[in-house]
Design a protein around this ligand. Sequence first.
Ligand code: HEM
Length: 289
Amino acid sequence: MRPEIETMANDLLAKVKATGEMDVIKDLASPLPAMTVTRILGLPPEDYPKLVRWSYQLFFVFDQPMSLQGYQQQNQMAIEARDYLTEKISHLEKYPNDGLISRLITARDEGTRLTQEEILGFCIMLLIVGQETTKSLVGNATVALLKHPEKLAELKQNPDQIKNVVEELLRYDSPVQVIARLATEDVEMRGKMIQAGDKVILCIGAANRDPEQFTNPDQLDFNRRNYSLPFGGGIHFCLGAFLARVQGQIAINAMVQRLPNLQLNTERLDWRESITLRGLKSLYVTFET
Ligand code: HEM
């Protein structure tokens, strides 16, 4: 999907290029993954703003406990998303296209097909986990680069470095900070006992700054080659890691290469209130037209 994602990113930047300013979140980081997932699922391209709205609210499911009002808002969004997707799945059953929903409808495993409920669950899950995370990657990466002008200049000179740059930015300011597990059996770890039934919170954001793993972990260094954990690990390793990396690489390079003299245009960074997700609600920047 690289060429398609490049076209989407360039079109989004073209809309703001003449103004000399933008909100990186609203104008690029948020629409890009929503447009990509809309395309992957085979939904009408003009519907992507719905996905932006739903996923923002639904991601709070990972930040328990929530207030009653929070649950009510979530419920409302979940109902809207369910009604929309149910209608689209029914439509695609009759009029398939080349998207993932159509493929899931026709997929068979030893004669068994997925139910509409299973396809719906999959779509909602993809919608929640793919959007806010990728948006946060683009936002956090942009801030990190703007706060390290020498690194921004290094990338501008060497756009081919983008893969390593995105890996390091994912480590440096990880969009997903914690993941959770329920121990199914007793485990001893570094002299501590985790008992079956214990809930375990894994601080992958902290692991990515572990001084035992990374020299000068608080420094941004594009020459690192260590393995970090922004996408988790093991059997639940992020299904969208490669898609997220591609989107991050394209969005960041497009901004850095196409917007000269990119600068932060805000005193105060507006972070989302979340334990799980480290991401910005807005990010104002200026550049030369
Ligand atoms: C920078 C962006 C992203 C980050 C940092 C991220 C991070 C993660 C992490 C840490 C996990 C592991 C959760 C756990 O072990 O409990 C995960 C799982 C997952 N991610 Fe991502 N993700 C990103 C983008 C995406 C995208 C774009 C998609 C799909 C479109 C996606 C789909 C999934 C799915 C389906 C899982 C569950 C896998 C499983 O449980 O087997 N992610 N992600």
